[in-house]
Design a protein around this ligand. Structure first.
Ligand code: ZN
Length: 307
């Protein structure tokens, strides 16, 4: 089941139930209705029936969908894009050119699924669904600054690497809301809890640069893909900037001191708990911490020869 609400004019949030990081790796998706209808994020392919149900409950016909817009290639965002594109032959998939190349290649997708199994266990494919390659001709390729015209509104693509090199955020011209994917991490307003943006393959310095770039657009709202919508946009962006800096500094010091993954995860949970209603223990339950965020920092600092 999903929680469905209109969070801005003709923007519908379709959010997995749960009010904290425990819902990861499911993804919040957004239906944007205009002359052309778009779906920002698809999530894992197990989410597709939920999305189809939500769209029909909102009174729209999914067959009218023009654009499927995963913000980046990670399987919890783009995992269902191939399956949905197969069901909707009229729809186009909007992506950065480099992301499109990855999403069109089944051997790369199989490697992504393999690393998902390494993180979430051997039954990850059953729990979250498979992932299909998308034929090249189905893509609309967009780069930084491109406007996707939906009719009365445009979605401006903003290249925001760091979390993932080919990540795009999209700014809605009508509401000045920013679909931020994972560029700023996640944010659950119910518990005021943030998820950090750093995972294996991320560049923590570029993450900060991209959050700063998003801030320059002065968004009025943020549509998070892990978590939901907040109108407290600038404060949350500032919080993301300070958290990401503190987490990176703390992780580097702790890794240099030879601390184990658990201890470092606890330190990061302490930083993220400060502004949240959750305790560090509640935040740490979230698997991203122990297995992904600390590992992301370790790999990055190692690559930089800082460890
Ligand atoms: Zn991601």
């Amino acid at each position: 089941m999903a929680l469905i609400s209109e969070v801005a004019e003709k923007i519908y949030e379709i959010k997995p139930e749960g009010n904290g990081p425990e819902v990861f790796p499911l993804c919040t998706v957004y239906l944007v209705v205009d002359d052309q209808m778009a779906l920002v994020e698809v999530g894992s392919s197990v989410q597709i029936p939920v999305i189809l149900d939500a769209v029909s409950r909102l009174g729209y016909d999914i067959k009218e969908l023009s654009y499927i817009i995963p913000t980046h290639v990670h399987s919890d965002h783009a995992g269902g894009a191939g399956h949905l594109a197969q069901q909707l032959p009229r729809a186009r998939v909007v992506a950065h050119p480099r992301a499109a190349r990855l999403l069109a290649d089944q051997s790369i997708i199989d490697r992504m699924l393999q690393s998902r199994r390494a993180v979430f266990g051997d039954d990850a494919d059953e729990r979250f669904g498979g992932m299909l390659a998308i034929a090249e001709e189905r893509f609309v390729l967009v780069e930084d600054g491109a406007d996707l015209d939906l009719g009365e509104r445009q979605l401006k693509a903003i290249h925001t690497p760091g979390h993932d090199p080919n990540h795009l955020c999209f700014m809605d011209s009508k509401t000045r809301g920013l679909f931020c994917g994972d560029a700023l991490g996640g944010y659950f307003s119910e518990t005021k809890s943030r998820m950090p943006a750093c995972v294996p393959g991320s560049d923590p310095e570029v993450i900060i640069h991209s959050i700063d770039k998003a801030k320059q657009f002065n968004p009025a709202m943020l549509f998070f893909s892990h978590g939901g919508t907040t109108a407290d946009a600038i404060r949350i962006i500032q919080l993301a900037l300070s958290d990401e800096r503190q987490c990176a500094d703390t992780a580097l010091k702790a890794l240099k001191a030879g601390e184990d993954q658990e201890k470092i995860a606890r330190r990061l949970a302490g930083i993220l708990a400060k502004e949240s209603d959750l305790t560090p223990e509640e935040i740490r339950v979230f698997p991203n911490f122990t297995t992904m965020t600390v590992e992301g920092y370790r790999q990055y600092f190692k690559k930089k020869n800082l460890l």
